[in-house]
Design a binder for this molecule. Structure first.
Ligand code: PEP
Ligand code: MG
Length: 589
């Protein structure tokens, strides 16, 4: 038998999730749904066709519900993605439009659905925001599932794979990705998809290497081909030569050792080289994420974003439901602190239960605390649930989007009312609960010296503080290059807040993305921000860096930094002093 000579091919894509794996390719075959016939149906058969379509939608929904029920524990926090898909099955743009097309154009259900989905996808694709653009993929995944039921083709059963492989697919849906079993799948690569796709978000949670957007992977790779997936560089190598293989085996070993060591050392306290202690906390959106915070050595929850319990539903959650969720988180973390932030909806997170009015500038509109103060009953229900949870561990209450003193006064009035009610009803709560405000609007930052008298702590939300200080929409890719937490104006504002708080004996924490970026760390330590909160996966890296930095040295650098007038100069000074430390070699020595 002669074997064909194989040539090494290198493909460049987008890194969806870090890490390296080497193994046999397993092509996820999705034949059948790409070729769709168009045919007309007789007037008398329209009802039959509608019934066939509705039947396929129901089957697709039931199948997805089954997947949601079986979703493994560590991916539970992503179940909302699939629940959104479930809602899409009956979406007006998709479901309503297909029915309309079958009736009006008398065409077959497959073609009608394809047409409806093309229109719906183009709506998303034309939005400039990359996150929303990527949502076109969600529509496609939902349509594919319905189409498979209409055409009787088989779905890929990823949970049925019984050897350790690397998945190669044109596109993997979040539902398929959630079925990945880590003892069977080492990593995956796809022709389509990008960094903000839900598929790569799930890959990062699974902590398996993934490269997306390769375009020709399924065309070039055959089943059982040997491939290398380099999720660090976004590269895939097909049929590697012996030399390449040896090199990547070594890199993979070194990267694994580096990660293991990083997580292991993440368990150690975040104490600087000169002995100053910092607390590195986790940001969570769902109770299930508490495990990730603990596994990555978090010192507590610095931001529990509560809006996700209000999204994707048609009613508002009641007090008991909220209380149960908060209590679970608080008890799991006890005695460590859990900072529960009250509802921050609208802006970019609209809730279905109360669509917001048309707003030309939603980021400047009826968002967060403004919505809550306009709907005091909804606000009070949440405050009662938070207060009740405070009897079960260490809870801090955090108010978002505060712009000035009047809002704090009004919030405290409603909080006092909620406490008085609980008192009367004989329900337990912590009477000394710490109340803090997010500093994310420049007016609050400027007024920090006076606001400090009204609250127990500040938490700086840099995602919004940068947006509002520099007048840069945080979701607009056309101005993304101008969005920098290292802008001297932002640094000066933060410095003012920390100092103003300190003079009044109040602590300032940080929970925006700025806290998770190694390059920003020296400056935050130099300003004396002792508590930083971030996505759980970032905790070990930041803790390990803190242990290598001398606070007294960065403090000396602060005066120079505060005299700079540009982002570039700020970054240059930081890199001159800490570049070697910050550019740590992920492959170790
Ligand atoms: C922030 O603005 O920095 C923040 C943490 O809040 P969110 O990202 O939820 O607006
Ligand atoms: Mg914010």
């Amino acid at each position: 038998m002669t074997t064909e000579p194989t040539e090494e091919i290198v493909l460049h894509g987008i890194s969806g999730s870090q890490g390296i794996c080497i193994g046999k390719a397993y092509l996820v075959d999705r034949e059948g749904v790409d070729v769709i016939e168009r045919y007309n149906i007789d007037n008398k058969d329209v009802d039959k066709e509608l019934k066939r379509f509705k039947g396929a939608v129901n089957k697709a929904k039931n199948e997805l519900s089954g997947i949601i029920e079986d979703i493994p524990e560590d991916l539970r926090q992503h179940a909302y993605i699939l629940e959104t898909h479930l809602l899409l099955h009956k979406d007006k743009m998709l479901y309503g439009k297909t029915i309309e097309l079958i009736k009006n154009e008398q065409i077959n259900a497959e073609w009608a659905l394809k047409k409806a989905s093309a229109t719906a996808k183009s709506v998303f694709k034309n939005i400039s925001d990359p996150y929303l653009q990527a949502r076109a993929a969600d529509i496609e995944h939902v349509c594919d599932r319905i189409l498979r039921h209409l055409m009787g083709t088989v779905d890929v059963n990823i949970s049925g794979i019984n050897k350790r492989v690397i998945l190669v697919a044109n596109n993997l849906s979040p539902a398929e990705t959630s079925q990945i079993q880590l003892n069977r799948v080492m990593g995956f690569i796809t022709d389509r998809g990008g960094k903000t796709s839900h598929t790569s978000i799930i890959a990062r949670t699974l902590e398996i290497p993934a490269v997306l957007g390769l375009e020709r992977a399924t065309a070039l790779i055959k089943n059982e081909d040997l491939i290398i997936v380099d999720g660090n560089e976004g590269i895939v190598i097909i049929n590697p030569e012996e030399e390449t293989l040896v090199r990547y085996e070594e890199l993979s070993r070194r990267y694994e050792a580096y990660k293991k060591e990083e997580v292991r050392r993440g368990e150690l306290p975040a104490t600087s080289a000169d002995g100053k202690h910092f607390r590195i906390m986790g940001n969570i959106e769902l109770p299930e994420e508490v495990v990730a915070v603990k596994d990555h050595g978090g010192d507590g929850i610095g931001l529990f974003r509560t809006e996700f319990l209000y999204l994707s539903r048609i009613d508002f959650p009641g007090e008991q439901e909220l209380f149960d969720q908060y209590k679970e988180v608080v008890e799991l973390m006890s005695p460590l602190p859990v900072t529960i932030r009250t509802l921050d909806i609208n802006g970019d997170k609209e809730i279905e239960s109360m669509p917001s009015p048309e707003e030309a500038n939603p980021a400047l509109g009826l968002r967060a605390i403004r919505f809550c103060l306009k709907n005091p009953e909804i606000f009070k229900t949440q405050l009662r649930a938070i207060l009740r949870a405070s009897a079960h561990g260490y809870v801090r209450l955090l108010l978002p989007m505060i712009s000035g003193a009047e809002e704090i006064t009004e919030c405290i009035r409603i909080l006092d009312q909620a406490a008085a009610e609980l008192e009367q009803e004989g329900l337990e709560y912590n009477r000394d609960i710490e109340v803090g405000i997010m500093i994310e609007i420049p007016s609050a930052a400027v007024m920090a010296d006076l606001l400090a008298d009204m609250v127990d702590f500040f938490s700086i939300g840099t995602n919004d503080l940068v947006q509002y200080t520099l007048a840069i929409d945080r979701g607009n890719r056309h101005v993304a290059h101008l969005y920098s937490p290292m802008h001297p104006a932002v640094i000066r504002l933060i410095r003012h807040v920390v100092d103003a708080g300190r003079h009044k004996g109040k602590k300032t924490y940080m929970c925006g993305e700025m806290a998770a970026e190694p390059m920003h760390l020296p400056i935050l330590m130099g300003m004396g921000i002792e508590e930083l909160s971030m996505a759980p996966q970032s905790i070990p890296k930041i803790k390990n860096l803190i242990r290598k930095i001398n606070v007294s040295e960065v403090e000396k650098l602060m005066d120079t930094l505060l005299q700079q007038s540009s982002v570039q100069d700020m970054e240059r000074i930081i890199m001159d002093a800490y570049g070697e430390l910050l550019n740590e070699d992920i492959y170790g020595k």
